[in-house]
Design a protein around this ligand. Sequence first.
Ligand code: HEM
Length: 138
Amino acid sequence: MLWIKAVHVMFMVTWFAGLFYLPRLFVYHADCHDEAGNARFKVMERKLYAIMTMGAVVTIVFGLWLWLAYWWPSTAGWLMTKLVLMVLLIAYHLYCGHLVKVFRDDANRRSHVFYRWFNEFPALILIAVVILAIVKPF
Ligand code: HEM
């Protein structure tokens, strides 16, 4: 079980590296007005989204493995709350994928200020989920 948990946490770090950096790229891209910079951001966003999606898939597969192999059929409060937050985080991840396409098609109409606030969401989820997973407060 500890090896499964170790892989779970390692890929969670990979996933969050992308969840923190990709919206930051959106902040700079929304404020970019030169063609060379625009093209460079598109490549960086596409590649980063692919890497963070790999991190997400392995985190979720090993998380479900931990749940189904060692915690099923527990309905412990920390785990149920964590799963609800996971649905929100996966929705955020998929929306980032949509935004990568919006920027690819030069269709972004939002300002860098919007993306600065958008960038804060993963940090709140990380704080809540790590406390739930390690402290298990309820
Ligand atoms: C669908 C997604 C996920 C599921 C089903 C899941 C499920 C689990 C389960 C069942 C454990 C074992 C708990 C234990 O034995 O103590 C665990 C551990 C852990 N999870 Fe997740 N998890 C998911 C995503 C995440 C994410 C996104 C994070 C980070 C933000 C995370 C952070 C952790 C940490 C830090 C531990 C180790 C807890 C400890 O050893 O005390 N998990 N997860």
